[in-house]
Design a protein around this ligand. Sequence first.
Ligand SMILES: [Zn+2]
Length: 368
Amino acid sequence: METPILVIFVDAYPYADSEPLAKKLNALTYKKVTPGVGYSINVKAEIFAKLKPDEVGYFCEWIYNKEKVHKWMTPLVVQILTLIGSINNFSNRVIHKLVRMIIKEPIYAIPFDVLPYLKNAGATAYEYTFKKPTFLTKLNFTRVLYSKVGVNDEKVFREAKAVLKRDMPKKLFVSTAELDGIMHYYGKGSDEYNKQIRLIDKNIFELVREFNEIHGAESQYFIFSDHGMANVDEGVLFDIRKVLGKPGKNSYSYFIDATFFRVWLNNKELKCKLIDAFDTVKQGHVLDEKERNQYGLKNIEHGDVIFLLDEGKMFLPSFFGNTICKAMHGYDPVLESQQGTIISGFEFDKEVVNAYQIHDLIMSCETT
Ligand SMILES: [Zn+2]
């Protein structure tokens, strides 16, 4: 017989702060979820499709692309755009906004001379645009997605309750994202954060109860997140151009994320110089071969060199702009602050739950 399953995904819900909800639900399982490497886009691919970066084919949203994606970006166009952007911060923001509107891509503050060789490739695993199989597609879940309803948890839960009442789906998936943004903007432990946690807990409790009432005792629920977050205390500057000169087809390309600095070397002779320069940055380290193997980041296409910052640090500037967030994720996955949560009425015998194992846990619940 088909098991009725309710899955609620709360982006960035930290393990430590989800204990009251676990208690309120009398959950049989309340455990840490150790995220995979990188940001939500990759952790979601691990959770929903059991695919690490090497398997899903991307690491972070923007990846290196040897073939020029924007053919119109000739050297002259790049030069003109760069010149306008170099006048001051304001003109840089305006010209990026303008180009963003024209090419209809979220190019943030990516320098124009590296943009031609970068591609926005990441796909969110629970969206319909994600083409690889997930537990959502395999078990044919009805989805209530924040991307359709809006980044407003109250609205998302209202819609989920309405769908449950109206269609009574045996498999219901709900995704929320407001908490992630609130933590980035206001910080972990802020009043806004605590208020949002209360709103989420109340709504989840109600939704689980309603699902249970409709589908009976054999129904299961899973509430989980992709990661926790750490408050940020320092911006870190790394000016690669001072070390390696101008980026380009015959030298190197790069991307500065919030906590990762990825470099693709078209000229491999630059590697030693780059590693020496990264060694002087005391707030992080270059991922070694062992770490890359363990994270599923073996493929060199993710970057010849990948530098990861320590907890609480952020690159400033990064390709996302000239500011730092109050809190961030995407650090070493084993850090306490980075632990996501899983709460369920289904009992797991596993000591630790890695993001990568959630897919099989949910699939196994269906077949028992
Ligand atoms: Zn986030």
